[in-house]
Design a protein. Structure first.
Length: 282
């Protein structure tokens, strides 16, 4: 004679309610195991559904705790083993914590995701009114490249990068140059673009210079020499010299580009920049 499924479920519920299962099954499966499974139920954007899930979870919680307590009492009276008593109480405490955390998650929702955008301490660089130009200003660091990448994802109309900087980290400038070249963006200078800024500028598909714009070059210098550092400043200059050449800058210009010492700056005339291929458009 077969037993119907509803009767089997009813018997299971009753056995746990009256604490008739062994402590091992009660604590590991019906308490911890079941509560962990319930904890996998995700937050719902529908408030009514979340309330119903919480209500069902709390009903199950009462059923779990009452049955577990009765199981512990039954076992301690029969065997006198206090280890089961303390194990039972510990399990109840763990289940209470899990239930509270899951209830809060269902009612309040998960915490907001932490992204680079959410922990920003300064605004993104400014955009032109028509959304086609980004204004990158200040010392060159890796935040500039991250900012540009963020803006490119948000604004598909960006075509030009206007640079204004006295320099900064050469490696940050190269990262920015890679992004500019990859996205085939134009570069423009209205103010000053010196030192590392020139590497980003030269990455532009079309390179223009305002009437009062200045582009300056000088020798590189490592401000803090690492004891294990192998490369010298001259090696980095040569690497960028080759990049300038790939971008169409003349050989004659590149022979003189790094003649000024680090604490000086060479800002060629517009005619020289145009003739040498640094500027590509008027």
């Amino acid at each position: 004679m077969s037993v119907s499924f509803p009767k089997t479920i009813k018997k299971l519920l009753q056995k746990q309610w009256y604490g008739e299962y062994s402590p091992l099954i009660t604590l590991l499966i019906l308490m911890l195991g079941l509560r962990l499974i319930i904890g996998l139920i995700p937050f719902s954007a529908k408030p009514l559904l979340s309330v119903l899930i919480v209500a069902l979870s709390l009903v199950i919680f009462v059923w779990q705790v009452v049955g577990t307590w009765r199981c512990i009492e039954r076992h301690v009276k029969a065997s006198g083993e206090m280890m089961v008593y303390w194990a039972g109480w510990s399990t109840i405490v763990v289940v209470v914590v899990l239930t509270l955390l899951h209830t809060a998650d269902l009612l309040v929702g998960p915490p907001p995701k932490i992204t680079m955008q959410s922990i920003r301490t300064k605004p993104l660089p400014a955009l032109s009114e028509d959304g086609t130009k980004v204004y990158l200003k200040g010392e060159f660091n890796f935040d500039l490249n991250s900012d540009l990448q963020t803006l490119l994802k948000q604004n598909v109309k960006i075509k030009t990068i206007e640079l204004e900087s006295s320099g900064g980290l050469i490696y940050a400038a190269r990262a920015l140059a890679f992004t500019i070249e990859k996205n085939q963006l134009d570069t423009h200078v209205e103010g000053v673009c010196n030192s590392a800024c020139t590497v980003a500028y030269i990455a532009g598909k079309n390179r223009t210079l305002g009437d009062n714009g200045k582009i300056g070059f000088h020798q590189y210098e490592f401000q803090k020499q690492h004891p294990l550092q192998v490369k010298q400043a001259e090696d980095e200059q040569e690497k960028d010299r080759q990049y300038f050449s790939q971008r169409g800058v003349s050989k004659a210009f590149l022979e003189t580009v790094y003649r000024s010492g680090h604490h000086a700056i060479w800002q060629p005339e517009r005619s020289v920049l145009k003739q040498s291929g640094v500027i590509t458009q008027d």
